[in-house]
Structures are given as C-alpha cells and as structure tokens.
Design a binder for this molecule. Structure first.
Ligand code: MN
Length: 202
C-alpha cells in the first residue's frame, strides 16, 4: 500500500495573514506531494515497502538516502499541517501546559527557546518540541528532512510540535525574515492537536 498525500485539514487561505495561500498551495500540492511520490518510488522493491512510516524512520540507518529524505519529508509535513489551524494560537492548557512549565519554567521561555532553535538552524530544516522518555519536554532543531525519531538525530523522543524552516515554507511572504515567520507561527499553533500528540506519546 503506497503512501498517500494527506489532505490539508483546512483551506489553503485559512492560515492567512500569517501563512499565505500561495505558499500553502505550493508547499502542500508540490513539495509534500513530491516527497510522497518520491518516497513511494524509493521504497518500491525494498523491505521498507508496506511498513509504517514511524517504523521506517526509527530504523532509517538501514535505508537509502532517498528514503531518509523523502520519508522524513512525508512524515514531517503531515505533522506540520495538523499542528496548525485557523483561529488557533493562544496558550496550551492542561497536562501539556504543566509539562511545558515544568520543563522550560514558563510558556514564554519555551517560545523563546523554540523560536531561537528555529531561527538559528543554518540552511534548511525543522525545529521541534519532543517528549522524552523521562516525561520531560525538549526543544531541538534538525537539518534537511531529518527528525528526532531517527536514531541519534536532534534531541530524540517523540515530536509533538514542529515548524518547517525551509525557505519554501515562508519565502514568498517573509523573504529573508525567518524570525517574523517563526514568531507568527505561534498565531496558528493548534494547541489542542499538540495536546493530543502529547497524550498519545506518553
Ligand atoms: Mn516544507
């Protein structure tokens, strides 16, 4: 069963003015679609065919560079669309808020660390919030389409929130102003979904 490009869970213009319609059209319809089809081509005839994407990523050192790059791209964007929503932003609540406060002292300090991690990633990559095996939360960034599910990559653990800092994610609207993009990202974070990711990872 080949991997399928997941539908966007909202309209292309739903995240405006923070993320523009044209960027979303190209990002989902071209970039994520490309990772999906190239992943399917790369796994064909290998023992990755038919496996769950998380299984593939957790054993990525057994596979080709094409599976690493496109498998990462497939998984990362699927998570990324879901952790954003229109009319979202604000603050997390409940157990997730408690865990953020306990790991970073405050939500404001978490945001500062997350944005700093995203803004200082040289070149293309992602910044993540990950649940660790000891129950704490950590922030890290990873290059290219890598993510912390891959052995020895970033802070490890289970990613529950991620932001894409490839230029294709922001350049049409923000040009070189990545910090403005990562700041505005917090206006569209779907904290209810991040809380579901956190609960599922525990
Ligand atoms: Mn992307």
């Amino acid at each position: 069963m080949a991997f399928q490009l997941p539908d966007l869970p909202y309209a292309h213009d739903a995240l405006e003015p923070y993320i523009d319609k044209r960027t979303m059209e190209i990002h989902h319809g071209k970039h994520h679609a490309g990772y999906t089809s190239k992943l399917n081509a790369a796994i064909e005839g290998t023992d990755a065919a038919g496996k769950d994407i998380v299984d593939i990523l957790k054993n990525i050192d057994s596979y080709s560079t094409a599976i690493r790059n496109n498998g990462g791209g497939y998984y990362n964007h699927d998570l990324f669309w879901k952790v954003m929503a229109p009319n979202a932003g604000g603050n997390p609540s409940g157990d997730l808020a408690d865990a953020i406060n306990s790991s970073f002292d405050s939500f404001e300090k978490f945001k500062e660390e997350f944005q700093n991690s995203a803004n200082t990633r040289f070149g293309s990559g992602w910044a993540w919030l990950c649940l660790q095996t000891d129950g704490s939360l950590k922030v890290c960034s990873t290059p290219n389409q890598d993510n912390p599910l891959m052995p020895g990559v970033g802070c490890g653990g289970q990613p529950i929130l991620g932001v894409d800092v490839w230029e294709h994610a922001y350049y049409l609207h923000y040009q070189n102003r990545r910090p403005d993009y990562t700041k505005n990202f917090f206006n569209v974070v779907n904290w209810e979904q991040v809380a579901r990711n956190f609960a599922a990872a525990k």
